[in-house]
Design a protein around this ligand. Structure first.
Ligand SMILES: [Ca+2]
Ligand SMILES: [Ca+2]
Ligand SMILES: [Ca+2]
Length: 241
């Protein structure tokens, strides 16, 4: 075997170890949320119910990441009970958030596998044509993951909107840490409370599920790779001698 051939074998072995390290480090992201920023320009990886589209800045609100964002509107006739079923929520739960009787709306969802400690993070913006606050028709936006959590209703602070809606909360970031490993369905929705004459909307962008950074173990794996490479080099050099 020529020296060149031996070097290539060694290079291949080291490369193999490095690839293994890469696989070990990258493995958790395989199970993460996909197309979380909607940069495919559509709902690849997601399912929807009611009126939901993928829009650009032309919507009248800038995205927070890339060119696209998801926009949901309450104007469809998808009843609250169908949205609850779609998201795997208890029947009637959308009416238990203290905003009156949930009428109809829209939602999107995605199911993914998470490890304990994974952080689910997303940007959202609630928009409405309702007068704010509006006790009778208290439209609201929510997300569902391990339970149901309200993001905003007509009683929060708003600014004037350049979109088709009168007012918006502006984009805000929400994060949630997964306590137990398993399969999770992440849902986002916007609901007409009371009547369905005046609409509200929800923008979502930059959705991600990230493993908690563990610098110590990552360094460990890389060090193991480097060490393995060195040992291999030594062994081969001994053989050569
Ligand atoms: Ca985006
Ligand atoms: Ca509320
Ligand atoms: Ca409404």
């Amino acid at each position: 075997m020529s020296i060149l051939a031996k070097s290539s074998t060694l290079a291949a072995s080291v490369l193999g170890l490095l690839s293994l390290s890469t696989v070990l480090v990258a493995a958790p992201s395989q199970a993460a949320v996909i197309n979380g920023s909607f940069e495919s320009g559509d709902f690849t990886g997601w399912e929807k119910i009611g009126t939901a589209a993928v829009d650009t800045n032309a919507y009248g609100v800038d995205t927070t990441d890339g060119y696209y964002q998801a926009s949901l509107v309450t104007n469809s006739k998808a009843p609250a009970v169908s949205i609850e079923k779609f998201l795997g929520l208890t029947r009637g739960s959308l009416s238990t958030l203290g905003n009156g009787v949930a009428n109809s709306g829209a939602a999107i969802k995605q199911t993914f596998t998470a490890s304990a400690g994974d952080v689910v993070s997303f940007d959202w913006n609630f928009l409405t044509n309702e007068g704010t606050p509006n006790a009778r028709n208290n439209d609201f936006a929510f997300f569902s993951l391990t339970g149901l959590t309200e993001l905003a209703d007509t009683t929060v602070s708003f600014v004037d909107s350049l979109s088709e809606f009168r007012e918006e909360t502006g984009y805000q970031t929400t994060s949630y840490t997964i306590a137990t490993a398993g399969n999770y369905t992440l849902g986002f929705g916007v609901i007409n409370s009371g009547d369905r004459k005046v609409q509200s909307g929800l923008l979502v962008d930059n959705v991600s599920s990230e493993p908690v950074p563990e610098p110590a173990s990552m360094l460990g794996i890389l060090a193991f790779g480097a060490l393995g490479g060195k040992k291999l080099l030594k062994r081969r050099q001994e053989k050569q001698a």
